[in-house]
Design a protein around this ligand. Structure first.
Ligand SMILES: *Cc1c(COP(=O)(O)O)cnc(C)c1O
Length: 320
């Protein structure tokens, strides 16, 4: 899954890095995302996982993208335009997209004439131990059993489901956030390597007297005479405002809490115990500061933290 610009990391460099692993296909969420990969020369199948609008089908075809369909109208329009690979989306409980597993009947005559090359469902609570994954899996199995022809590619699992039950009972899986270094906790059987780092440089360091405040709205106050470093990274770079007064960075191997509200272009760090100086590089994300940890400190979802990384950040791709 390289949708949302590969979760904020850059769809094209990520796709190029994944090429050598021979993925079955790339998953995107919009036609524009798929067209970008095609225009850049990516040749593998690209599956558009959001429901395809009938009006977009000609453009989807022109870009050689595989649409996801779930209605008689959609399938008929795809076939009228020349046919080709398409995927059937089956709603087994997420209630976001696809044909309901228990309401396939109206679609069956169409499916008998125009069989999909794949069918899939999406879990609503793959990170929870609530038994819903098994329920949805069973609904999917029942729905697939009713299809006139078994599609070549059946798939259900996103990252958390893959980590939970490997190998899949089906033909392929759809890892997203796992590829970007976010796992499902320390006790998980499969753990990803960290792949993303976010660094910023200290621009200034100042002394703040006990009782003085830092940043907008004066939400942080020095409990003791403090050293405060200003770094060139703000919420317009994707360092979310919510991390202020909650998360910390690392500098010279020590913890440096984010002092006060993160501003648009800069953030301040309490480096009283870190002994940092101007020019030092601070780590917000990296091997020792995982996306999961930082998201948890800030009360954010790791998905939002990653996909929130903004274009203004200068990017460097290593080994890709
Ligand atoms: C985003 C998405 C995935 C990947 O989910 P992760 O939790 O990031 O692994 C898989 N399947 C579908 C249909 C998706 O929309």
């Amino acid at each position: 899954m390289v949708k949302a610009d590969a979760y904020g990391l850059g769809a094209l460099p990520v796709a190029r890095a994944l090429e050598s692993l021979d993925p079955m296909a790339y998953g995107v969420a919009t036609l524009a995302e798929g067209a970008e990969l095609r225009a850049a020369g990516i040749r593998r199948p690209i599956i558009l996982f959001s429901p395809a609008r009938v009006a977009d089908l000609p453009s989807i075809r022109a870009a050689s993208i595989t649409p996801t369909l779930a209605s008689v109208d959609g399938v008929e329009a795809w076939m009228a335009g020349g046919g080709g690979d398409w995927q059937l989306s089956i709603d087994t409980g997420m209630h976001r997209a696809g044909v309901r597993w228990d309401a396939l009947d109206p679609l069956l005559p169409t499916l008998a004439r125009h069989a999909p090359s794949g069918a899939f469902t999406h879990f609503h609570s793959s990170e929870l131990d609530d038994g819903s994954l098994e329920v949805q899996e069973e609904r999917f199995r029942a729905a697939v059993a009713r299809l006139p022809v078994r599609p070549r590619l059946l798939h259900t699992q996103n990252s958390a489901a893959i980590v939970r039950s490997t190998p899949s009972a089906w033909d392929c899986v759809r890892p997203g956030i796992f590829l970007y270094g976010v796992g499902s906790g320390v006790r998980a059987a499969l753990r990803p390597e960290p792949v993303v780092a976010l660094h910023a440089r200290i621009l200034e360091v100042r002394d703040v007297h006990a009782g003085e405040s830092v940043s907008y709205d004066a939400t942080w106050r020095a409990a003791r005479p403090s050293r405060v470093a200003t770094v060139a990274c703000g919420y317009a770079d994707g360092l979310r405002r919510h991390l202020g007064n909650r998360a910390h960075a690392l500098v010279r191997g020590a913890r440096a809490p984010i002092a006060g509200v993160v501003t648009m272009d800069m953030a301040m760090l309490d480096v009283t115990d870190a002994g940092a100086g101007v020019g030092d590089v601070v780590t917000f994300l990296g091997a020792e500061r995982t996306v999961e940890e930082v998201a948890a400190e800030g009360g954010l979802s790791p998905y939002e933290l990653l996909t929130g990384l903004r274009q203004r950040l200068p990017r460097a791709y290593r080994g890709a």
